[in-house]
Design a protein around this ligand. Structure first.
Ligand SMILES: Nc1ncnc2c1ncn2[C@@H]1O[C@H](COP(=O)(O)OP(=O)(O)OP(=O)(O)O)[C@@H](O)[C@H]1O
Length: 233
């Protein structure tokens, strides 16, 4: 589904913040991306959701060359990827319903066809009572759930989440992990960046990619606990 080969990235003329990144993501798997602050997790996620181009290396997404993607192809590929941003990025003047409906409206889904799925999705994240509220009236955990609902409403093949439990208490973190895990069970490949080892321990089947100063900590580029070895441990 995704292949990185010797990918490097520098911002402007600075040093490389990612170096020699090589890995593959397999469809339907769950991956954690971890590592100390400043290791490059957000930057790696930006490459994954096509918000950034690498300075060198090969990135293939869904079988396409993601580095030399034409402007016309980019939105199409991007639609296959759901993103939960670290700072939510909800639209402040839109209600919970309209925030979650946004990706479907942008994709041209007619109003009568989106009401059912959006209402169901909001119910799934437990926010039916907040349907008409603006994001500013919600708690951090509630806003995070809106952001997750918006990211998955289009049933993306790949879901990328940057510290999605960073702003919530441990109990809410477990609930949010359950949402990601449920999406994963429905077939979505998940990449979740986190510092939270207790969260990672709750998902023992997940593969863990660890970044250290811009490099994956296994120099061969093999991901720890590769999915093929599931069940053998
Ligand atoms: N737009 C930018 N311009 C220049 N340098 C940047 C930019 N974004 C990130 N960096 C630098 O790249 C490095 C990696 O940053 P990144 O945000 O990817 O790390 P991170 O692992 O996500 O950190 P955190 O866990 O604190 O969010 C850091 O040294 C950071 O200062």
């Amino acid at each position: 589904m995704v292949r990185f080969e010797n990918v490097g990235l520098r911002y402007g003329a600075g040093r490389e913040v990612l170096s020699d990144i090589t890995f593959k993501l397999h469809p339907g798997r769950f991956y954690f991306l971890t590592g100390p602050s400043g290791a490059g997790k957000t930057t790696l996620l930006k490459l994954l959701y096509l918000a950034q181009r690498p300075s060198r290396g090969v990135i293939s997404m869904f079988g396409e060359d993601a580095v030399n993607l034409s402007r016309a192809r980019r939105p199409e590929l991007r639609r296959r990827i759901g993103v939960v941003f670290q700072d939510f990025r909800l639209v402040p003047h839109l209600s919970v319903f309209d925030n979650v409906a946004l990706p479907l409206r942008l994709a041209g889904v007619p109003e009568e066809e989106l009401i059912g799925p959006v209402t169901d999705m909001i119910e799934w994240v437990g926010l039916t009572l907040a349907l008409d509220q603006r994001p500013s009236t919600l708690s951090g955990g509630e806003q995070q759930r809106v952001a997750i609902a918006r990211a998955v409403i289009t049933r993306p093949e790949l879901l990328v989440a940057d510290e999605p439990t960073g702003n919530v208490d441990p109990q809410m973190a477990v609930r949010l992990l359950y949402l990601f895990s449920s999406m994963n069970k429905l077939g979505t490949t998940v990449v979740l960046a986190t510092h939270d080892t207790s969260l990672m321990n709750r998902q023992p089947d997940a593969a863990v990619m660890r970044l250290e100063r811009g490099r994956l900590d296994d120099p061969t580029g093999m991901i720890r606990n590769p999915p093929e070895q599931r069940g053998r441990r």
